[in-house]
Design a protein. Structure first.
Length: 727
């Protein structure tokens, strides 16, 4: 027999063997004869049947299957079945995460069974060999995570295919011409999954939206939103409903509220902010204590339950902040007008009012609906100038704006006193074990066409921390006010679980390379060492990388009716009360708080828990889209700097290359291992390094290197560098 014929026969034998196990393991409690197996495997020829009979006999003799009666066979191994979430990698293989198993289940590409990334699936384990990782096959898709995908059209005469932009989508979509929605060849589109017939190589899809020409700015921004199922405009009926609301403030409404319009009130926000959620009021009481009001837009007055406005706000869950635009949770008539605490306008607010002594201790507190009037609108930079300029007596006024505009002395005095109190509140938090995440934010200077012409970094200064501390105070005290009541009441908390110890140990291994170390003696020592780490890296080349790695080692903060406290802030009770213009959970909190202030009974928690989970998911998607927009802008910025040599830090090492973060602008790109020509490099996962086999040169996490831009891909949002060498 020729080698070719022998290989062909072995292939047929292997396929039949695989088919036997597929049939027997699909129904492990049932016995099958050869005819039933042949039918299920569509073996119809005599030669194939004879080979099947022989193979069944051989497998039974080798104790790989069991013959329970003459000619009747069952699986020897009863496979375990689990439900889990699919994590597809760029090679097309996947790992399934389950609640029952500590280890992920590996699923090779041929065993995906039409499952997509993040689908909920049923997975069947293969018989495990000693010492090997769990491996299995997906038997059923229980729930699709996504049914719409962004992709590019390949148009043919009688049909089209859409190639998904996501590298984890391993298949394209077949689209009949009558499902094209007038999309043209090579346009970027949104395609909806329709079905995946058993005998089809590709799933069937329907184009629901044409996004535009790939690479164009608006196309890519809309694509980022579309990839996460996020909106970028309001339905006309929602806009119409919002525009028809009576947003006037009537006397009968004022009479239901605490009138605080005569008390000095101001806002401090980013200079380009259009919506102002919060304002602070300030006055010195006769006893020398200070009364501070944290006043929040009363969105729940306008957004009523069981309306299309409410449905839209709930569905969105949050505003989305892309680099060049905001996609608001509420229509503009509310977000920028009626609910925005603009200067010199009366506004309906929901307030937390505190009487504090000179050490920042709360003597009295009050929560309820108010009407307020903001006297001043300050940018953070202006408030920061006030804080930095204070020395000796508070001046009657201070000039901080162009054209000789002066800020009244009473506002200057308020800001200076609030800064002192904020610092005391912050110190108490830190002493109690809070972690200080002051991560540098990457920002862009954009021209009129929204092209990035510069990169700068936004750092949190005293003015930012002043506002942060009083917002934290309001959020914490509202949560305590409800959370400490007995019997326990249904409420929506912002919770943050303790970090996973394995992740912290891994983080410690990484930061040791830079001379830092965590202290695991107890929780207080650990948090203190985390804060020391974050302080020590400030201004260093490795700051952004260490900040990012530290944040990744933490659990994610989420919304829940089950209060477990907030680890990062070291609060036993915490909620989100202060940003209802841009966060739906804050609207829920306002409603529940007012319900309890009115003496209402605690509602069932099930509905609120479901809404809290939805809000957490929407927040995660919005944050992901925001990160993608930053990545897009970074790549766009680097397009115009192809000939420039940059100094960077190795921020990641993988088997296919190294990631380098440029020090001066935080742009991150990849140097592919195949493009490093001076040696043959292999990945050493213990050292987090690439090691040259001949010369022994090492490129390790944290090393400084010099790179140039090799390739920029705005569509895939990928940046490739060429490596010059170590810096």
């Amino acid at each position: 027999m020729s080698k070719k014929n022998k290989r062909a026969k072995n292939h047929i034998k292997n396929e039949i063997t695989k088919g036997i196990f597929t049939v027997l393991e699909s129904e492990p409690k049932k016995a099958f004869n050869y005819k039933q197996i042949a039918s299920k495997q569509e073996i119809t020829d005599t030669e194939g049947r004879n080979l099947l009979i022989r193979r069944l006999s051989e497998l039974a003799q080798k104790k790989r299957i069991q013959e329970v009666a003459k000619g009747k066979y069952k699986a020897l191994f009863v496979p375990e079945v689990y439900v889990g979430t699919v994590d597809v990698n760029t090679q097309g293989n996947a790992y399934i995460t389950t609640e029952e198993l500590d280890e992920d289940i590996f699923v090779s590409f041929p065993n995906l069974n039409k499952a997509f990334h993040k689908d909920l699936v049923e997975v069947q384990l293969f018989q495990k060999k000693r010492g090997s990782r769990p491996e299995g096959k997906i038997t059923r898709v229980l729930e699709r995570h996504k049914t719409s995908f962004v992709g590019i059209v390949d148009l043919y005469k009688a049909f089209a295919f859409v190639r998904p932009s996501d590298s984890r989508m391993y298949t394209d979509f077949f689209v009949p011409l009558d499902q094209m929605s007038n999309a043209q060849h090579k346009e970027k589109v949104l395609v909806a999954f329709e079905s995946w017939p058993e005998d089809a190589d590709s799933p069937y899809g329907r184009i629901t939206e044409v996004l535009g020409v790939p690479g164009e700015h608006n196309t890519e921004m809309h694509s980022i939103l579309a990839e996460y199922g996020l909106p970028y405009s309001f339905p006309l009926e929602v806009e119409h409903y919002a525009n028809s609301l009576d947003t006037r403030i009537h006397q009968e409404e004022i009479e239901k509220r605490r009138d605080m319009r005569d008390i000095l009130t101001f806002t401090i926000d980013p200079k380009d902010a259009k919506d102002f959620d919060d304002a602070i009021s300030f006055r010195i009481l006769e006893n020398g204590n200070i009364e501070i009001g944290i006043h929040i837009a009363d969105v729940s007055h306008y957004v009523q339950p069981d309306t299309i406005l409410e449905e839209e706000a709930y569905d969105r869950g949050t505003s989305i902040y892309l680099v060049d635009r905001v996609v608001p949770m509420l229509p503009e008539v509310l977000s920028n007008n009626a609910c925005s605490l603009r200067p010199l306008e009366d506004k309906l607010t929901f307030s937390a009012v505190f009487e504090l002594d000179s050490e920042g201790r709360i003597q009295k507190q009050w929560f309820g609906r108010t009407v307020t009037h903001s006297d001043e609108r300050l940018a953070y930079e202006e408030a920061q100038q006030v804080i930095e300029s204070k020395s000796g007596e508070i001046p009657d006024s201070i000039s901080i704006r162009e054209k000789g505009y002066t800020l009244p002395g009473e506002v200057v005095d308020a800001i200076c006193r609030l800064d002192v109190l904020a610092k005391k509140l912050r110190q108490k938090r830190m002493d109690h074990g809070a972690i200080s995440f002051d991560k540098v934010e990457v920002k862009f200077n954009l021209n009129t066409e929204n092209e990035p012409v510069g990169v700068f970094f936004k750092e949190s200064k005293d003015a930012n921390k002043l506002i942060e501390e009083f917002m934290l105070l309001a959020n914490r005290k509202v949560a305590e006010f409800i959370g400490k009541q007995r019997p326990e009441k249904t409420f929506v908390y912002r919770i943050h679980d303790q970090p996973n110890e394995d992740k912290l140990i891994a983080l410690n291994g990484l930061i040791k390379r830079f001379g830092y170390q965590l202290n695991f003696r107890d929780k207080k020592a650990l948090n203190s060492s985390l804060n020391q780490l974050l302080e020590n890296v400030k201004g260093k080349k490795e700051q952004n990388m260490v900040d990012t790695l530290t944040i990744r080692s933490m659990s994610k903060a989420v919304y829940s009716t089950d209060n477990i406290g907030h680890y990062g802030l070291a609060f036993e009770y915490y909620t989100h009360f202060t940003s209802p213009i841009r966060r739906y959970p804050d609207v829920m909190v306002h409603r529940l708080l007012q319900h309890y202030l009115d003496g209402g009974k605690s509602p069932e928690s099930g509905k609120y828990e479901e809404q809290a989970k939805h809000a957490s998911q929407r927040e995660y998607l919005a944050v992901s889209a925001e990160r993608d927009s930053i990545k897009y802008m970074q790549i766009k910025f680097m397009e115009d700097h192809r000939d420039q040599v940059f100094r960077g830090v190795i921020s990641g090492v993988t088997e296919w290359g190294i990631y380098v973060e440029i020090i001066e602008n935080k742009c991150e790109g990849m140097v592919r291992i195949r493009d490093i020509k001076d040696d043959y490099y292999t990945f050493d996962d213990r050292q987090y390094a690439l090691v040259g086999e001949r010369r022994g040169k090492v490129y390790q996490l944290g090393d400084e290197v010099e790179v140039t831009v090799k390739n920029t891909d705005l569509v895939k949002r990928h940046l490739d560098f060429s490596l010059i060498g170590k810096a």
